[in-house]
Design a protein. Structure first.
Length: 384
């Protein structure tokens, strides 16, 4: 009953509508129901994530977190939403008003599209595209032009610097992320998220393979950087840029940027659960959608752990990590995945171990030397 609850509700609504609507309209109505479900569920997920993150970080830092509005502070997201709606909308003098108003909307809109290709449970994907992974990566990259527009439209030096950092960061980390996901597409033989989950039913979860474990780590680090999550949040480094690209935004516009960040992080965690943790697979005593949400929340918990535990990178260190560690390591992951597919188990395991662990050791030493060189005190020549 619970396993097919949402599918049955949709079928019931279509049966009722079929009594007075022509058959040609039912396909459109089905798509509208799926899209409406995403538009309703995504903001609820965002409010839950804000509460979970604030309570979680509070526990990390030995404090309570929200505990005043509602029991255990569960109504704090509602209070925050009301506050954001009621706050004054300030538009800086000299800014591009059209761009300033459109940028938050256009930056948050693509996030809802990410949920369309995620299989939340058995037969619970809004749009089962045969290029679902490519669709996800392409749509997630649409946020970058909007962040640049937000910074340039405000015409503030802090906003412009933050937007430029965001562009460099996304371009740098998009490459190792895509290369790492090529290994999953190779193993499954498809870019459909549903087909990748089905392939893991046959082959086992990819995270339990050597190349899959490394690919998951690369994906999580790159997704954290793309979502501007700490310690990669250089585009909004308050110690340097006040608040980065959204310095000049207040009220509901600022809330839209925050919603895009939280939902983008959750969607990245959900994609990681789909590609590496078997998606909705799990023991039958719980519905498939419960298993999927649980795995997605575990992946989101990794982002929360990063934010609560790690200091922020400098921009030069961030780029060193992308180009001199994650990029070459992602290439090794693709080679290791190919070896895993075309060789027997024991030789493939040995080659994967030598290739990945050896590459990790060499690249780690290289990055360590780069970090130490960048932190070394500079000699200042004194004029005679």
């Amino acid at each position: 009953m619970l396993e097919t609850l949402f599918v049955d509700l949709k079928q019931f609504a279509l049966q009722v509508a079929g009594g007075f609507l022509p058959a040609g309209v039912l396909g459109l109505l089905s798509a509208l129901i799926s899209a409406g479900a995403v538009l309703v569920v995504a903001p609820v997920i965002m409010m839950a994530l804000t509460w979970i993150e604030r309570k979680g970080i509070g526990r990390f830092q030995d404090r309570y977190g929200p505990n005043r509005v509602g029991p255990y502070g569960v109504l704090q997201p509602v209070a925050d939403g009301i506050k954001m709606v009621l706050k004054e909308d300030i538009i800086p003098r000299g800014s591009d008003v059209l761009v300033h108003n459109l940028a938050p909307v256009l930056a948050s809109a693509p996030v809802f599209l990410l949920f369309l290709v995620l299989p939340f449970g058995r037969r619970m994907v809004a749009a089962d595209l045969n290029v679902g992974v490519l669709f996800f990566l392409g749509v997630s990259a649409l946020q970058t032009p909007m962040i640049i527009a937000a910074g340039l439209g405000a015409r503030s030096k802090y906003s412009v610097l933050g937007s430029m950092r965001a562009a460099v960061q996304v371009l740098s980390y998009e490459i190792p992320m895509v290369i790492a996901l090529v290994s999953v597409v190779m193993a499954a033989g498809s870019m459909s998220t549903s087909e990748i989950v089905s392939a893991q039913v046959r082959d086992g979860w990819y995270v339990f393979t050597p190349w899959g474990a490394f690919a998951l780590v690369i994906f999580i680090l790159a997704a954290a950087a793309e979502s501007n999550r700490s310690p990669f949040d250089m585009s909004e480094a308050e110690s340097e840029l006040v608040a980065g690209f959204h310095t000049e935004y207040s009220g509901f516009k600022f809330a839209l940027f925050q919603m895009a960040e939280f939902l983008g992080s959750f969607a990245a965690g959900a994609l990681a659960a789909t590609l590496f943790l078997g998606g909705w697979q799990g023991p039958g005593f719980l519905p498939s959608w419960v298993w999927f949400m649980g795995k997605a929340m575990v992946m989101y918990g990794v982002f929360l752990w990063f934010r609560a535990s790690l200091p922020r990178f400098r921009i030069d260190q961030l780029l060193i990590l992308a180009w001199k560690f994650l990029f070459p390591l992602s290439l090794l992951v693709v080679v290791a995945a190919a070896v895993w597919q075309f060789m027997s188990f024991l030789p493939a395991l040995v080659i994967n171990a030598v290739l990945l662990l050896g590459g990790y050791a060499v690249l780690s030493w290289t990055v360590y030397r780069e970090f130490m060189r960048s932190n070394a005190p500079k000699k200042v020549s004194r004029a005679r």
